[in-house]
Design a protein around this ligand. Sequence first.
Ligand code: 5AD
Ligand code: SF4
Length: 470
Amino acid sequence: MKRTDVLLSPDAMARQREFTEKIAAHHRQLDHRPLALVDTFGCQQNVADSQRIMGMLRDMGCEFTDDPMAADIIVLNTCAIRENAEKRVYGALGQLTHAKAANPRQIICLCGCMAQQKTVADKVRASYRHVDLVFGPQALWKFPELLWEVYTRHGRVFSIEDEHGTIAEGMPVVRESAVKAWVSIMYGCNNFCSYCIVPYVRGRERSREAEEILSEVRGLVAEGYKDITLLGQNVNSYGKDLDTPMDFADLLAAIDEIPGDYLIRFMTSHPKDAGAKLFETMARCPHVAKQLHLPVQSGNSRVLKEMNRGYTREGYLEKVALARKLMPDIVLTSDIIIGFPGETEAEAMDTISLVKEVGYDALFTFIYSPRPGTPAAKMPDPATRAEKQVWFDRLLEAQNEISAQRHASYVGKTLRVLVDGESGDSRWPLQSRTDGGRLVHLVGDKSLIGQYVQVKITDSNTWALFGEAE
Ligand code: 5AD
Ligand code: SF4
C-alpha cells in the first residue's frame, strides 16, 4: 500500500474539525452543556483511542460524566479479543436501554474492535435498536462526521466498511493523568497469530512518521509528563512500511536523545522480531525503562507453530537470556494462552515449566477463547473446559509463587519510584511505579504525586510492593 494512501491529508483532518465546529455550534444552542460518557474496554490501545474520542467530544463542547442516566452522548469503546470481553460489552449495552428510555434524545455509540466485525454490527442492528452509531477503529478519525450524520439524519449510522487503514495526525487528546501518557507509534497487525482477531479488526501495520512521534514526545516532556508508553500491536515491526528506513530500536534511540526527566516504556514486543539490536539499545539508553513485556503465549514449540508465532521455545529462551545478560535487572512480563485447540496436558505443562525457567515478574494469563473467522476457531479442540481450568489454575499457582518471591527480594531495598496517584487505601495512600514498572503502595503526602522519590520497600505480596518515602 502506498504511503500517500495511508497518511490522511491535512485537508481531510481539517474537514473533520469543521464537523466538530458544527456540532459545537449545535451544542451551544441546547439548554445545557452536553455531558458525555466514554466507557473503555480492553487494551491500552483502546485507552489511547478513548483519549482521542474524549478530545473530539471536548472540542464539541462536551463535559464528562460517569453517570449513564445523565449523559447526552455515550460511547462504548469495545474489545473483541475474547468472548468474555464481548459479553461484558453486550451486558453494558443491555443496561443502557434504561438510560435511553429515560432520555430518548441520548445518543449511544459503539466503537472499537467489536464494532468492526460484521456479525456484531448485524446483531446490534437487529437486537440493540437503542444504539445510534456504530464505527470500527479504522473510522475513529471521522467520529465528528459520523456524529453529525446522526444529528442531521435522525437515523442510525453504521460505518464498519473494511477500509485499508489510515494514519490520522493532529487529533485532539484528553489525557487522564498529568504524569503518564500513551503514544501510539503504529496501528494494526500483520502477524495473523492463528487465535487472534486483531489483524481482522485493526487492519494492516501502519507506522507513524518518526518526526511526528518525536515531536509528540518532546511536547509531552515539556508539559511535565514523566512516564511515556509507546503503543503498537507489535512495536518491533515499527518502520517496515516507512519510506525512510528506521526500525524500532532506532526510534527508541532517537527518543532517548530528548533531554528531560522521564522514562519511555513500550508494548507490545513480538518475540520473533525482538533481538540483540533492541536489547543493546534499551541497555544503553538511560530514558528507556528496563522493562520488557515479551508475550510467549506457549512454552511448547508444536503449539507455538500452530499458533503461527514464528519462534520456538528454545529461540524464545535464548532471547530472554540475551536480554538478561545485557540488562541484569530487567523486569520481564508475558502473556500466556492455556488450552489452545489440540493442546495436550503435557504441552500445557511445558508452558508452566517455561514460566518457571524464565521467572517472570508478572503474567497476563488467558484461557483460549475461539474467535469466529480465525484459523484456530476451525481446529479440533478436544480438551474440555474443566481440564483447561485445571491447567490454568496450576499455571496461576506457579506464577503466584514466583511473583511473591521476586517481590520479597525487594524488601529492605531503597528504590526510585514515580508517584502516579492516590491508592484509595488509607494505610498506603499513594500509588507509584518502580522504573521497571512494578506497583508500589506508599506512605507519603499527596504533594508527592507526579514526582520521583526514593522509597524504602518495607513489605510485599504477590501483586505489589509496599514502602515509605524517604
Ligand atoms: N483467546 C485467549 N487469549 C487471547 N489473546 C489473544 N487472542 C486470544 C484468544 N482468542 C491473548 C494473547 C494476547 C493478549 C493480548 O490476549 O495472550 O497476547
Ligand atoms: Fe494478535 Fe499476534 Fe498481532 Fe498480537 S501479534 S495482535 S497476538 S495477531
